[in-house]
Design a protein around this ligand. Structure first.
Ligand code: GNR
Ligand code: NI
Length: 171
């Protein structure tokens, strides 16, 4: 396994649309292992492959509380097939936009299909944090970030702040 650097705003790779996984090869399994190591180290509750610079439709997640046993989840080629009209609101954060948190409204419940690491297809219905996190991660696979859902004023403010930090790191 290997710990990877998490790419952060304004890295343009965060806006790429990731490619579907074809065959689940040893390389994909290594990618998943590296993603878990990187996600647990951060720490974060979810990670999309693009956050370590790999534009493949792979997501890792673990929503277990600190005092609970780990519950690693892997979603390959995840796709939302149904969303509730009812919305829910969560204070979201993103490892690619460190230390910035904002309330985001999304469908409260979703159904998603995905492949597991053996290539078997699953359909799940999610609510609560799982629904939020699944939508947040699938957005990453499509080059979408949670700040795309907040007001333009707030988005411009956070975008400028990260651009400034990146610029300062240059010189
Ligand atoms: O660690 C994370 N926490 C989180 C909290 C609320 C909504 C979404 C998330 S996902 C985030 C990790 C991350 O950036 N995944 O892409
Ligand atoms: Ni994120």
């Amino acid at each position: 396994m290997a710990l990877h650097e998490i790419i952060i705003l304004p890295d343009k790779r965060l806006r790429l649309v990731s490619e579907p996984v074809g065959k689940i090869t040893a390389e994909i399994k290594k990618l998943v292992a590296d993603m878990f190591e990187t996600m647990y180290d951060a720490p974060g509750i979810g990670l999309a492959a693009i956050q370590i610079g790999v534009a493949q439709r792979v997501v890792t997640m673990d929503l277990a509380k600190k005092e609970e046993d780990a519950e690693p989840l892997v979603f390959i080629n995840p796709e939302i097939v149904w969303s509730s009209e009812e919305l829910g609101s969560y204070e979201e954060g993103c490892l690619s936009i460190p230390e910035y948190y904002e309330e985001v409204e999304r469908p409260a419940r979703v159904r998603a299909k995905y492949l597991d690491l053996d290539g078997n297809e699953h359909l799940i219905e999610a609510d609560g944090l799982l629904a939020t996190c699944l939508q947040h991660e699938i957005d990453h696979l499509n080059g979408v970030l949670f700040i795309d859902y907040i007001s333009k004023l707030k988005r411009d403010r956070v975008t400028k702040k990260f651009a400034k930090v990146a610029k300062r790191a240059e010189d």
